[in-house]
Design a binder for this molecule. Structure first.
Ligand code: MN
Length: 464
C-alpha cells in the first residue's frame, strides 16, 4: 500500500531543510554544486568518481547524480567534504567551527513535535517496502554488499525518555532486512542490549538525506543523557521538527528526504562485512545485529544521500564533533588548554599552556575519559601548533623521554573497528606527554635571531 499524504505541513522554507541549505550553497558558492546527468553505475563507479575528482581534479563539490543505474532515486553525495560548507551550515565563521559547536553543546535547543512533514509525502509499508529500489551503492573493492552509509538512527532507551542519534552503517540483505553495525559500548548498542534482555525488539528510525547541521549533531560525543536532537537544534538555530513514525512511537526528523522505519531484532545476528571503513581498512566479516524494516517514507522527489566512507565527506564531518568534545573535556581539567586536533583515527593532539607540573598527564586522562575511540593522546606546550605535524614531531623528539613520559593503559575499551586489537576493540592505550619539563620556562630556550634584527631587516634591501 502506497499512501500519498495531504500537504498539510507549512510550505515555509525551514532552515533545517536540506534543500534550503543546498539553495544557499548554490547561491553563495556556485562552484560547490555540480549536477551529473550522465548515468553512473552505483557499483564502484560512484565512489571512484568522488575520490578521483578530489585527487586528480582537486575539487570537492556537492554532487548530485541524477541518473543512477537501477533506481529512480537521484544520489546526493560529498555534501560534507568542505570545512567552509560545514561552517555555512551552522552559521559559523570557518575558523570558529569548534567554538560554534561547543556553544551548541552548552546551550542545546530541545526539539519540537509537529503533526506532519515533507518526509511523509510518500508512505510505503508492508509488502511495498523494498530496500532494493534504493541506489545499490557498493563503495570499495571487497565490500560484502550494498551499504547505506548516511543513515542517522533515532531511538529511545526502552526504559526511559533518553533519546539517541548516531550514524550506523546498514548492509542490505533482503528487501526489508539489513545488518547493522552498532559500535560496541556506545549508546544505541546499550539501548539494544536493554531491549534484548527484555526479549523485545528496539524500535528505530533512520534518516537518509539531512541538513549538515543534523549530521554534525548526530555525531556529538558525550554522555548518553545528552540529547543529540537538541544539539542539532542549537546548530540549526531553531528546534528540530520531529514527526512520529507510521509504525512506532519513534520521533524522527520531519524534513528529511527519506526515513526508514524499523526495529533491531533481539537475539538475531547475521554475517555483516567486510566493509572498507574510516580506518582505511576493509574490516572482516562479523556476526552483527539484524534490522527489520517496517516502512519507508520519503518526499515525492526524494534524493538519496551517500557518504563516501573514509573520504573527506566522512572524516571532516566526524572530526569536528570529536574535537569539540575533547576540547570541552580537557578544558574542564585544564582551563589553559589552547587547541585540540584529531589528525588520524583514534588519535588526538592537545596543546596546553602548562602552569604547574602534571597538567600534561591530566590532559591525557581527560581525553581518554571523554572519548571511547581515543587510543593515543599526545600533549604539547602551547608554542607548538597541533595543526602542523612537523611541529608535533619536533616536540616529541626534543621534549619527551619515553621511559618517563609515555603512559600505557592496558585492557581498556576502544574502537571495535581498530584492526590491531586482538579482540574487537579490547585495547591498550597510550598517552605521550611531550611538554617540556620541568616547565617550558625552565627548559633549554629555543633559538631565534634577535627580535630587533628581525624587525629591521628588509628582504628587498638585500635581494632583487
Ligand atoms: Mn548519544
Amino acid at each position: 500500500m502506497v499512501r500519498f499524504a495531504l500537504l498539510v505541513y507549512h510550505r515555509k522554507p525551514m532552515a533545517q531543510d536540506l534543500r534550503t541549505y543546498l539553495d544557499l550553497v548554490k547561491r553563495t558558492r556556485p562552484d560547490d554544486f555540480v549536477v551529473v546527468s550522465r548515468e553512473i553505475d552505483p557499483v564502484h563507479e560512484l565512489t571512484a568518481l568522488v575520490v578521483k575528482l578530489d585527487r586528480e581534479g582537486h575539487r570537492r563539490p556537492v554532487l548530485l547524480f541524477e541518473k543512477v543505474k537501477g533506481t529512480a532515486f537521484p544520489v546526493l553525495t560529498n555534501l560534507h567534504a568542505s570545512r567552509a560548507r560545514l561552517a555555512l551550515a551552522i552559521n559559523a565563521e570557518p575558523r570558529r567551527v569548534l567554538q560554534t559547536y561547543l556553544r551548541a553543546m552548552e546551550r542545546p535547543i530541545p526539539p519540537q513535535v509537529v503533526p506532519t512533514g515533507p518526509v511523509k509525502e510518500v508512505v510505503r509499508r508492508g509488502a511495498d517496502v523494498d530496500l532494493k529500489s534504493l541506489p545499490q551503492i557498493v563503495h570499495h573493492e571487497g565490500d560484502s554488499g550494498v551499504f547505506l552509509t548516511s543513515a542517522i538512527s533515532f531511538a529511545r532507551d526502552p526504559t526511559a525518555e533518553t533519546w539517541n542519534c548516531a550514524y550506523n552503517r546498514l548492509m542490505i540483505r533482503e528487501r526489508d532486512t539489513t545488518g547493522i553495525h552498532l559500535t560496541l559500548g556506545k549508546h544505541l548498542w546499550e539501548f539494544h542490549r536493554i531491549a534484548e534482555a527484555r526479549n523485545e525488539a528496539l524500535p528505530v528510525a533512520f534518516v537518509i538525506g539531512a541538513h549538515p547541521a543534523i549530521a554534525l549533531g548526530a555525531l556529538a560525543i558525550g554522555s548518553v543523557d545528552e540529547d543529540e536532537r537538541a544539539i542539532m537544534g542549537a546548530l540549526l538555530g531553531e528546534p528540530l521538527e520531529l514527526v512520529k513514525c507510521e509504525t512506532s512511537d519513534v520521533l524522527v526528523a520531519a524534513h528529511a528526504e527519506m526515513v526508514i522505519e524499523a526495529e533491531i531484532l533481539p537475539h538475531a545476528r547475521m554475517a555483516e562485512g567486510p566493509f572498507g571503513e574510516f580506518t582505511g581498512y576493509s574490516l572482516g566479516e562479523r556476526q552483527r545485529e539484524v534490522v527489520k524494516v517496517k516502512a519507508i517514507t520519503h518526499r515525492r522527489d526524494a534524493m538519496f544521500q551517500d557518504i563516501t566512507v573514509a573520504h573527506l565527506d566522512h572524516m571532516l564531518l566526524s572530526t569536528i564533533p570529536m574535537e569539540a568534545n575533547l576540547y570541552r573535556a580537557v578544558r574542564a581539567m585544564i582551563p589553559s588548554v589552547t587547541a585540540v586536533r584529531v589528525p588520524a583515527p583514534f588519535t588526538c593532539y592537545v596543546s596546553i599552556e602548562q602552569r604547574i607540573p602534571g597538567q600534561g598527564k591530566n590532559a591525557i586522562l581527560a581525553a581518554f575519559g571523554a572519548d571511547l575511540y581515543m587510543k593515543r593522546v599526545v600533549v604539547v606546550d602551547h608554542d607548538v601548533d597541533v595543526f602542523d605535524d612537523r611541529q608535533v614531531n619536533w616536540a616529541l623528539a626534543t621534549r619527551c623521554q619515553p621511559d618517563r613520559d609515555i603512559t600505557v593503559i592496558t585492557h581498556a575499551r576502544g574502537s571495535d573497528l581498530d584492526p590491531s586489537t586482538p579482540q574487537d576493540g579490547y585495547t591498550a592505550k597510550w598517552g605521550v606527554d611531550a611538554t617540556a619539563k620541568p616547565s617550558l620556562g625552565q627548559f633549554t630556550p629555543r633559538h631565534r635571531v634577535p627580535p630587533d634584527v628581525w624587525a629591521r631587516l628588509r628582504l628587498g634591501d638585500f635581494l632583487p
